[in-house]
Design a binder for this molecule. Structure first.
Ligand code: ADP
Length: 503
């Protein structure tokens, strides 16, 4: 994962996107927007233009939905489950074979350090496909004995929902696009997928690989465009049966509103303000790096980032010293350097948002233990870098404590022996979110009691990770509706139909 990148391949990619407009995939054809409009995609490590991309409007969304509908009612409906498995496995193979190119694209467009693009985006996409491929032939209905007079055969069919709109955010474009496509396709749905306008390139390359794998035209359509136009048109479209969205809570609300046109099914994976707990008996050699990477990884642009740290006072000094040492020691900088740990934020807008939060924390009385500034000058080449930051002295009603910052900013709090499990759970649950939580302790009862009391969709005990295609992913409260991944993730792309036959 730490190999140097291939400069020849990078030049090729930059040339490919520098000239002309990157086209979108509709009904098996690559096309520009009907209006001819485009938007720019920028390299966040340098602030420089990578290229122009087709900007879909309503006409293009109508075309893409019509292509997905035609494929759903036509050729795709006849494709048997084992053929869907084969196609998904073929796509996994192609992603692996083109892994270095996809990793470089992700690094250029998202600003993720290359070692993580290779490991997380490419390998993550491959494992999503391999996991979901197997499900295509394992979707089962049920039979039921009913109590009506007479003799009956009653059975429940589990059918694909239909045409699915999938709207993806900019923090993990490839792995999230694939994580949404794979269960939908395994279940027999067709898809119109929209990457975020900040990061369309790896998804467009994915579209080429989808066609190379041999999926019939119209099964996967990729539309690039702005959220307020293309995204809004998709969410409101009357011929879309389901919308699956990952992104901010504000946009999640807009999607719910828009979906009312036809009562389409809605799946939402939204924001978080996830707590990490470190108890006095924790193994600090694991807990300290986990607390630091839980918030600094991907410059904090992770929905499940551990943005609030609750640490027992007996170990608080040691933990904070360790987190500060990591904040100062990790290489923040150019993402093509294999030793870089933290890249830029995705855009100038996001950098202003994050530094605005830090300023608001200061204004409301928080103090900065480490970091707190944007980085510029030598080594930062005009990119959107912000220092890994730890805030102390925050209060529950401060914006930095309540709201999702989506940047490398940790609020650290101490607790003492007077805080019992219920009180600690209460502090963890005090935000509107409920996406994930991490617990570090050597006492199994403490760990499991706290896990039960926390309102969060994913809980990790004594280890980071815990996100896997086999495990349901999603949130309580304002963190979303429904679950992706695992059996629940497949079933979320199906409808039930009860059939009763009077014998
Ligand atoms: P951010 O505010 O950080 O850009 P969003 O949640 O708005 O995050 O973006 C996530 C995805 O949602 C992107 O693909 C974006 O284009 C899309 N999007 C934004 N606004 C809307 C909207 N009103 N309707 C549908 N999709 C939207």
């Amino acid at each position: 994962m730490n190999a140097p990148y291939n400069p020849g391949l990078l030049d090729q990619l930059q040339l490919r996107y520098a000239g002309g407009t990157a086209k979108m995939l509709i009904g098996g054809e690559w096309m520009e927007a009907a209006s001819g409009e485009t938007f720019e995609t920028i390299n966040p490590s340098t602030g420089k233009l990578i290229g122009h991309v087709a900007s879909a409007g309503e006409t293009d969304i109508d075309r893409a939905v019509a292509a997905a509908r035609a494929a759903f009612e036509g050729p795709w409906a006849k494709v048997k489950p084992d053929e869907r498995t084969r196609l998904l496995l073929k796509l996994a193979e192609l992603i692996e074979a083109n892994g270095e190119e996809l990793a470089l694209l992700e690094t250029l467009d998202v600003g993720r350090p290359i070692q993580f693009s290779r490991m997380l985006d490419v390998q993550g996409a491959v494992s999503q496909l391999r996991y979901n491929a197997g499900w295509a032939s394992k979707i089962m209905g049920e039979t039921a004995e009913i109590s009506a007079p007479g003799e009956w055969l009653s059975y429940v069919l589990r059918e694909p929902i239909g045409v699915c709109a999938q709207i993806v955010p900019w923090n993990f474009p490839l792995v999230m696009a694939v994580g949404k496509l794979a269960p939908a396709l395994a279940a027999g749905c067709t898809v119109v997928l929209k990457p975020a306008e900040q990061t369309p390139l790896s998804t467009l390359r994915l579209g080429e690989l989808v066609m190379e794998a041999g999926f019939p035209e119209g099964v996967v359509n990729i539309v690039t465009g702005l959220g307020r136009t293309a995204g809004a048109a998709l969410a409101a479209h009357r011929d879309v049966d389901k919308v699956a969205f990952t992104g901010s809570t504000v946009t999640g609300k807009a999607i719910i509103e828009a979906s009312k046109t036809n009562f389409k099914r809605v799946q939402l994976e939204l924001g978080g303000k996830s707590p990490t707990y470190i108890f006095a008996d924790a193994d600090l050699s694991k807990a300290i790096p986990a607390a630091a990477m839980g918030i600094f990884f991907n410059a904090g642009q992770v929905c499940a980032a551990g943005s609030r740290l609750f640490v027992h006072e007996a170990v608080a000094d040691a933990v904070l010293e360790g987190v500060v040492a990591m904040a100062k020691g990790m290489k923040v900088g150019q993402t093509l350097d294999a030793s870089t740990m933290i890249g830029p934020l995705v855009s100038a807008v996001q950098r202003e948002r994050v530094t605005g939060y830090i300023a608001s924390g200061r204004a409301q009385g928080a103090s900065v233990l480490v970091g707190g500034e944007a980085l510029s000058g030598e080594g930062y080449d005009g990119g959107y870098f912000v220092q890994p930051t730890v805030l102390l002295d925050t209060k529950p009603d401060m914006r930095v404590r309540k709201e999702e910052i989506f940047g490398p900013v940790l609020c650290a709090m101490r607790f003492g022996d007077d805080a019992d499990i219920d009180a600690l759970a209460g502090r963890g649950n005090e935000t509107e979110f409920g996406l994930s939580a991490s617990i570090y302790t050597s006492n199994i009862s403490t760990a499991h009691k706290l896990a039960r009391r926390l309102k969060a969709g994913t809980i990790r005990i004594n280890g980071s990770g815990g996100v896997d295609p086999a495990l349901p992913l999603g949130g309580f409260k304002a963190s979303g509706w429904g679950r992706e991944n695992g059996k629940a993730g497949i079933e979320a792309y199906t409808e039930l139909k009860a059939v009763s036959v009077a014998l």
